[in-house]
Design a protein around this ligand. Structure first.
Ligand SMILES: [Zn+2]
Ligand SMILES: [Zn+2]
Length: 273
């Protein structure tokens, strides 16, 4: 079973990929299942605040769902999930309303913003790291991750250690052992809430050039008893679909992951890799 469970299409504010082109690319890559996981927010709202769920979000998700229904009939050999990528904010009320109203199969949870700065994009990330020690910066990120898990209305955590994407340029390679205490606390909370872990290949060719999360964290996931894993390219363009999956599968096998999960109406099903 091969899946790409993190794809943005043209209804996401930062992607222009037509859904049918995504499906054709997925079939070419011999995937069995995909999930469209558009951002739940636009990046800047009318007041200039980043990352607030916009009034048109439900409408964009409704159109995405309509398209998926059409293509499910046209391409019965590919499982097509209807998902979302929800980022953690100080105010999660709009996101809570969104995930309760839209009939998602799968919800990724992300931490993109810290103290009003997008730490996953190259425009402003440096502002976050300047003036902070590595420990301060990474702890701040993982504390926010704990809050995301406490909110908890997600199926899996996206790009779990994305703080290293730009952090490694300031502090060198990310060493999970230094943060083991808080990381294990996060993983235990994920386990208790049935939240899975995503293997995300989005930065394997750029910036930190590593899988999210670090293989050591994947081993801790298994030791902690996390039961569900997904694989995602975080494609914002069709040529990025299934990118670096061979390397990710090798890491998955090496650490002992045996299954990937797909989701229908938020219910997971495990499949042998
Ligand atoms: Zn993301
Ligand atoms: Zn994404």
């Amino acid at each position: 079973m091969l899946i790409d469970y993190h794809i943005h299409n043209h209804f996401s504010p930062d992607s222009d990929s037509p859904t049918e082109a995504i499906i054709e690319k997925a079939l070419e890559a011999e995937l069995n299942a995909i999930c469209i996981t558009n951002h739940s927010e636009t990046f800047v709202n009318s007041e200039g605040m980043p990352g607030t769920v916009q009034p048109d979000a439900l409408e964009r998700f409704r159109k995405t769902r309509q398209e998926i229904d059409v293509f499910r009939r046209k391409y019965p050999d590919l499982m097509i999930g209807f998902g979302a990528e929800v980022q953690y904010e100080d105010n999660m009320c709009p996101a809570t309303e969104l995930v309760e109203k839209a009939p998602f199969d799968f919800i990724l949870g992300s931490v993109h913003n810290l103290d009003g700065i997008n730490i996953s994009g190259h425009t402003h990330a440096d502002q976050f790291f300047e003036g902070r020690t590595e420990t301060q910066a990474y702890h701040r990120y993982f504390e926010e991750m704990l809050k995301l898990i406490e909110w908890g209305r997600i199926s899996a955590v996206a790009h779990f250690d994305i703080i290293k994407k730009y952090g490694h340029e300031h502090y060198g390679p990310f060493k999970p052992e230094k943060y083991k205490t808080i990381l294990i606390a996060i993983l235990k909370k994920m386990r208790d809430k049935g939240i899975g872990m995503e293997l995300n290949t989005g930065s394997m060719h750029k910036r930190c050039k590593e899988l999210f999360p670090h293989p050591t964290i994947l081993k801790w996931c298994l030791e902690t008893g996390i039961g569900h894993f997904t694989l995602g390219s975080d494609a914002h363009h069709t040529h990025e679909i299934a990118r670096h999956f061979d390397e990710a599968l090798a890491i998955a096998k090496d650490v002992g992951i045996k299954t990937f999960s797909t989701y229908q109406n938020r219910q997971p099903t495990q499949h042998q890799i």
